[in-house]
Design a protein around this ligand. Structure first.
Ligand code: TRP
Length: 402
């Protein structure tokens, strides 16, 4: 049944993202779906407001539609203007030793939010989730992955004084657990099974997990970490597939009489094998990892199939130029859109490529240089992240912020 459904419509769940078309997920359609009812697309007006009140240029992900939608962002901006605090909450499921460039997207954007708004940030490492879902033999092995991933995350440059990274296994404490139980009491098995596609034969760990991802949306899970932990507003930057956790969170917050979290969503970085899938650690040959060597990066980019000769139902099979939709299926072009930061440089590449003054080979070569540079910078920073530094970020302590 599930497979049949996958063939006719895009599948977007926290554990699976598969599109029906080579152009990738149809975001317009997705956002009109029932789970995104209280979300809006980001428009020019919102971007201008952000620039106006922060006095800083918007991140290129916002300008290029890579950060695509939100819920209650205007409310967060109101608070900012009134000088009232809010915090950021994001996370990562540590399923592999190293992050890949797809993970850069929400984390780079989160860093930009932290720097721009000068706010505290909590990062949840769901080692319990990965222990429950994946073939990880012990909680200790999952904790080990958490600490390795924390190094990568720290290398993105999050401010130590304002950032608390926590492993669920290690941080679980009475205030956090009380919130988890409050949420668990409000959500039925039926709701979780339907919304998250969990079956009767799955472990009970899976049905209760959504409460654990929901609880950090409530600041009372962090006493001694936030000055204003009573009921501080929360903004969650996350990829669109995670939204469903927070749809449930929003519902429970209304019953718990605590603040409903706001959200801001990123789209998916396509896999090197085609935009039908998002980049994923479980398919190593179609992902670029932050610990890949320069040679591997080159090889992987050169192997990407050229859309113009690939020919399938969404891309014209004629040899002539195939613009419009096909650019969405063009992986090097898509990767450049994510990773060429400078606006003028990106506009130049875009125009030259569309007008065929830049060949696919030339674009790939540019992309290789950009990816090598981005990854080298992170690798260099990561080398300086010692175990002691990881311990600091992961120790519960009072965060300082404006
Ligand atoms: N479940 C997420 C993952 O597998 C990790 C996560 C936990 C998360 N809390 C979050 C992601 C909050 C975004 C926002 O990667």
């Amino acid at each position: 049944m599930a497979n049949k459904k996958a063939a006719v419509q895009d599948v977007v769940t926290p554990w699976e993202v598969v599109a029906t078309s080579a152009s990738g997920i149809d975001y317009e359609k997705l956002l009109k779906g029932e789970h995104y009812a209280d979300c809006e697309k980001i428009n020019e007006e919102l971007i201008e407001r952000i620039e106006d009140i922060t006095g800083k240029p918007a991140h290129h992900f916002l300008k290029r539609g890579i950060v695509i939608s939100h819920s209650m962002m205007h409310h967060i901006l109101d608070l900012y203007q009134e000088g009232k605090p809010f915090y950021l909450y994001t996370g990562r499921g540590p399923s592999s030793k190293s992050l890949h460039v797809g993970h850069l997207v929400p984390f780079q954007f989160t860093k930009w939010l932290q720097d721009t708004f000068d706010v505290p940030l909590v990062i949840q490492l769901t080692d319990d989730e990965k222990y429950l879902w994946k073939d990880i033999p012990t909680p200790e092995a999952a904790i080990n992955l958490s600490r390795k991933n924390a190094k990568d995350i720290i290398a993105f440059g999050f401010d130590e004084k304002k950032t608390f990274i926590f492993s669920n296994f290690e941080y679980m404490c009475p205030p956090f657990y009380k919130n988890i139980c409050r949420i668990e009491k409000l959500v039925t098995n039926e709701e979780v099974m339907n919304k998250f596609g969990i079956s009767k034969r799955d472990s009970i760990g899976k049905t209760s997990f959504p409460a654990i991802q929901a609880a950090p949306s409530f600041s009372s899970s962090f006493p001694g970490i936030f000055r204003d932990s009573e009921d501080m507003a929360c903004l969650i930057p996350c990829a669109l597939d995670q939204h469903i956790f927070f749809e449930v969170t929003k519902e429970t917050s209304r019953f718990m009489k605590v603040k409903e979290p706001a959200l801001i969503h990123t789209t998916f970085l396509p896999a090197l094998g085609g935009a039908i899938k998002k980049m994923s650690a479980s398919d190593a040959s179609t992902a670029i990892f932050l610990n890949d060597g320069e040679h591997e990066i080159e090889e992987k980019i050169h192997k990407i199939q050229d859309v113009k000769v690939q020919g399938n139902d969404t891309v014209s099979s004629e040899m002539g130029p195939v613009y419009g939709k096909s650019l969405e299926a063009d992986i090097p072009y898509q990767l450049a859109k994510f990773f060429v930061e400078d606006e003028t440089e990106w506009n130049g590449i875009k125009q030259a490529y569309e007008e065929e003054n830049l060949s696919s080979m030339e674009l790939k070569n540019k992309l290789i240089l950009i990816l090598k540079k981005t990854i080298r910078e992170i690798q260099e920073k990561r080398e300086n992240v010692t175990d002691d530094i990881v311990t600091k970020y992961m120790s519960p302590r009072l965060l300082t912020y404006k």
